[in-house]
Structure formats: C-alpha cells, structure tokens
Design a binder for this molecule. Structure first.
Ligand code: NAP
Length: 532
C-alpha cells in the first residue's frame, strides 16, 4: 500500500478530511484537479459569485482558536474572500504539502484480495490505498447545455462554473447570459453594469429573495466572535446547520397563518411589511400546491412593484412551485431589468434553435453577440463521481449503478464499493443544509469509522444492499408535493440532466434527525454495513 487514504478534492470537504485523517494517524494523499484549493470556491469565480449563508456560519466550526483570527468583511462574502479563507486555513493547518494539484483522479479500482483501491490519475500516477474519501462536492460536474452548434460561436464563450481566473471585462460588449439559476441571477446585475447590451435568456423564471448582504459594521465582527460558542451551538442544534437567515434557513420564524385563509388585502399587507419574503411567510406555502400558487400570485405583485415594464414583469413570474428548487439570494436582480441596456429574452415564447458563429439563432430571430455566458448548471450529487471510472467488487461500475438508481447508504457509502466514502453523497442532507456543517459531520463520522475498523482489525466496510435499499426508500419520503411537483426541473431531482433517473436525492428530514440516524447505526455496531 502506498498510502492509507486517498482524498479526492480540496474544497471544504477535502481539506477537513485531510486534517482529520492525518490527525488520526493515517497517511493521506490528496488529488486536486485545480491549481489551488477551494473546490466550488476555486472554480465558480464569475462576477457576483457569493455565498448564500452568513459568513460567521460558513466556516469550519471546530477550530475555536483559529476562527478568532479570521476576519470576515461582509455578512455574505464574495467568492474571492472565501477562497482566501480556505487558502489561509490550508496554510495554518499545514495541509498544502499533502495535496497534488493540477491532477484529476481518472479511475479507481477495488481489489477484493487485498481490500485496497488502485487510484489512477490523469498524469499517469497510480496509488494503492486502503480507503478512498470522495470529497468531490455536490456541484462540481458542469453540464454542457444541449444546444446545437455549441462550438461554432466566434465570439467569447464563458462558463460561470469555470470562469477565467483573471476575470473578464464586459465593457462595450453585447452579452447573452443563458440560465437563471443562482449563478445566472448573481452574475446578471454585475455584468449589466459593464456590458453595452445584456440579453438575459430565460427558460424558467427565477424566484429569488433579496439578499441582506452588507459590510460588517465596525466592532460587529468582534461582538460576533465573542458569541462564536453560542453561534456554533445554535448551528449544530439547527436542522439546516445554520441558525441565521440564508438560502437554506430563510423560513426563519415559524409561521402560524395559512395564505389560503388570508384575504387578498391581508396578503398584500404582508408584502408591504416584508417585501418579497412576505410571499412565503405563511404556514402552508411549502406544503400545499394551491397555497404555493397563491404565493406565486403574490410574488407576481411584488415583481410588478419593482419592474417598470409590464410585459417584462409578467415574463419574470415563475411557472413552477416556489421551493421546489434551491432558493436564490439575489442582489438587485429585478431592478436590473429597469436598465435600458438589459433585455429579458423569454425562451418559453421563442426558444433557442442553435448557436451560430455570430451569436444565438432563436426560432424567430438572431441575436448578434460578442460574448455568451453559460450559467447552465451541474450534474448534481452523482455527477462528480460518475465522471470517474470507479470499479467496485467484481469490476462493477459506479457510473452504471447510479445511472439506474442514485443510492448510497446514509449518503456515506455504496453497496459493492467497500472502503469508498462519499462525503455528502446522495441520501444525505448535504445541499439542503449549510454544506460546511454537513461536511464536518460526515468527515468526523468517516474518521471515527476508520478508527473503529483499525482498532478492531477490520480490513473493509461496505453498505449492505438491503440496508441501502431501505434507506433509498426512506429518503424521498421527506420530500413533499412541492419538491417533487411534475413541473419542477430541479437538480435535486436530477431533472436538469437529460436521461437522468428522476429521484429526490438529498435527505430532507433535517441534519439533526439525520445525525441521530448515523449515531444509531454506529451504536448498533455499524448496523447496515458489512465489516470484514
Ligand atoms: P441551475 O440552478 O441548475 O440553473 C441553470 C439554469 O440554466 C436554469 O435556469 C436552466 O433551466 C438553464 N439552462 C440549462 N440548460 C439550458 C439550455 N440549454 N437553454 C436554456 N437554459 C438552460 O445552476 P446554477 O445557477 O449554476 O446553480 C446550481 C446550484 O449551485 C444552485 O442551486 C446552488 O445550490 C449552487 N450555487 C450557489 C450559489 C450561492 O451560494 N450563492 C451560487 C451559485 C450556485 P432549466 O431549469 O429549465 O433546466
């Protein structure tokens, strides 16, 4: 064996896994395809990229000394600041020399005889390890949009999820952004301020909520630092790993009134009081399709209050239930459509036919362009590992297993793939929570598990197929009619990837309940896993 563990990736998960496993006495090799650490925060450096969780909760929570030394400047910091934070942590914890950069893992094959993995990189290196920790992230496999003629454009093509390191100057240019998920909605207001003309090519309308972001006031961070122990306790007691307002916790205080019991005037009063958030400050909106439709009508009213052109305002109203997709936190998105240089292009009315050398050909017209920005999303959760040729016992391919059904027991391991740990894998709360807390929980669980195996002389651990099936049936039971609504094209369901099995992948039962399940499995001697 060359090393005890191979850790794929060096974002929050990869860095914490390296730290914890090294602390537990294991030798670890980390392979990272980028030339720096950061994962998501390394690749997604598009204009306007920022986190949708508050800074003081979007950091490692288990380093009480270290956290006092790091100074956030904003409530919800931008990509560059988070990337700086992760580089700082890497250096303070002396992790960098264990990471091999510019090296992607191409394949991994399990050897039943030795209970080891042979990991192969795109640079031809082969490493034999007992354990593989897949810290590959949930949103790291970009999808190529299925548009004819993609390579024919003679202007500049940019992708939000692998944006040029040195940025891009849109000044004086005719630009199109395709896609109105979080990446599109965040980049559009920033690009609009530079570009000569900006065309926003919208298939589904977004339903963002305005960001509370602002610089932290003088002394505010000092006060927050003094409260870090309480903030951490609140985070770990929260079902989403964050107790402050953000994309996964925006519901905030518990609502008592149903929108369906309220008159139109009462609904409007809520809008007057809370703005866009007033559309969703009701008890029934996320559980009842009819209530959700009522909220969307109120949302349409909120858009009309901001967007001056009535046709644009109408085109910006979503046609799918609010909450079926990840909530987007925006900074000035709707206001952007009042600029003279910004044009909403409704693809539902006039779809894209193809990309042509001079721009984008739609069914009824041609958009002549200098730049196309693709904000078209990811093959989420299963995509990152399915793109690696992973072969478990008997040469079985993980890609093929997951093509049929994206299962993982507790989201941590897959039957037939011993000693492969999937950090925040499908079947765990991951993307429905603050990723940092979910990552910390998984990495600590994995470290303790490996410690247990070593202490008891076991060579391998593997999910039992029956336990995995039970878990896979259990997970979608938490997703309600809004999340699985037929009109929903969310990546939670895999519905944004042509041909992907439609299955609600994240565990929506809450982090605290999920952690209790993981504890119970351990307390019963790793029930549902087979140890050899
Ligand atoms: P996304 O939410 O999947 O949005 C992709 C957009 O592109 C959708 O509007 C999609 O429409 C559209 N699209 C895809 N292919 C298209 C085509 N061929 N023609 C026209 N439109 C097309 O992807 P994302 O914006 O990158 O965000 C993904 C996730 O990353 C987010 O949900 C969030 O969890 C995370 N993220 C977070 C932040 C943050 O924290 N601040 C920022 C960015 C991303 P359809 O829905 O019709 O497919």
């Amino acid at each position: 064996m060359d090393t005890d563990a191979v850790d794929i990736g060096s974002g929050f998960a990869g860095l914490y896994a390296l730290y914890k496993l090294r602390e537990a006495g294991l030798s670890v090799r980390v392979f990272e395809r980028g030339d720096g650490v950061g994962g998501t925060w390394y690749w997604n450096r598009y204009p306007g990229a920022r986190v949708d969780i508050q800074s003081v909760e979007y950091m490692f929570t288990k380093f009480p000394d270290l956290e006092q030394e790091w100074d956030w400047t904003e409530l919800m910091p931008a990509q560059a600041e988070i990337e700086r934070y992760l580089n700082w942590v890497t250096d303070r914890l002396e992790l960098r020399d264990r990471i091999t950069f510019r090296t992607a893992v191409r394949g991994a094959t399990y050897d039943d005889q030795t209970a080891t993995w042979r990991v192969e990189t795109d640079r031809g290196e082969q490493v034999v390890a007992r354990f593989v920790v897949a810290a590959t992230g949930c949103l790291s496999a970009p999808i190529e949009p299925a548009i004819a003629g993609l390579g024919r454009f003679t202007g500049d093509s940019l992708f939000t999820n692998r944006f040029p390191r040195d940025g891009y100057d849109f000044t004086g240019r005719r630009v199109a952004v395709i896609g109105t998920g979080s990446s599109g909605v965040q980049s559009i207001p920033v690009i609009a301020k530079q570009a000569a003309e900006l065309f926003v090519l919208q298939r589904p309308a977004a339903s963002p909520l305005p960001s509370p972001n602002r610089p932290l006031r003088p002394n505010e961070l000092d006060e927050l630092k003094a409260q870090y122990p309480d903030i951490r306790s609140a985070q770990w007691a929260s079902p989403v790993g964050t107790a402050r307002f953000g994309a996964v916790s925006f519901l905030g205080r518990r609502q008592l009134t149903n929108i369906l019991d309220a008159s139109w005037d009462e609904r409007i009063a809520k809008l007057d009081e809370l703005g866009f958030a007033g559309c969703f400050a009701w008890a029934d909106v996320f559980f009842d399709v009819e209530a959700n439709e009522a909220a969307t009508r109120l949302y349409a009213e909120a858009i009309k209050r901001v967007v001056e052109d009535p046709r644009t305002a109408e085109d910006l109203v979503p046609h799918y239930p609010f909450g079926c997709k990840r909530v987007i936190i925006d900074e000035g998105y709707f206001e952007t459509f009042n600029r003279d240089n910004v044009h909403l292009v409704n693809l539902r009315r006039n779809p894209i036919s193809s990309i042509v050398p001079s721009g984008i050909q739609r069914r009824d017209d041609l958009l002549a362009l200098d730049v196309i920005v693709y904000a078209t999303g990811f093959d989420a959760m299963t995509g990152p590992l399915s793109r690696i040729d992973i072969r478990g016992r008997g040469g079985v391919s993980l890609r093929e297993v997951w093509a049929e059904s994206p299962k993982a027991y507790l989201g941590l391991g897959v039957a037939g793939f011993p000693n492969l740990f999937t950090v925040t894998g499908p079947g765990s709360p991951s993307v429905l929570t603050n990723m940092v807390t979910s990552i910390e929980h998984h990495v600590e669980w994995i470290t303790a598990c490996i410690g247990h195996l070593r202490a008891h002389g076991h060579r391998s651990i593997e999910a039992d197929p029956a336990a995995q099936d039970d878990w896979a049936e259990h997970v979608p039971t938490f997703a309600g009619p809004i999340q699985v609504h037929p009109s929903c094209t969310s990546w939670y369901l895999g519905a944004n990837v042509p041909g992907k099995t439609r299955y609600y992948m994240p565990y929506a039962g809450g982090l605290t309940r999920y952690m209790a399940s993981c504890d119970e499995v351990v307390a019963h001697g790793y029930q549902g896993f087979v140890l050899t």
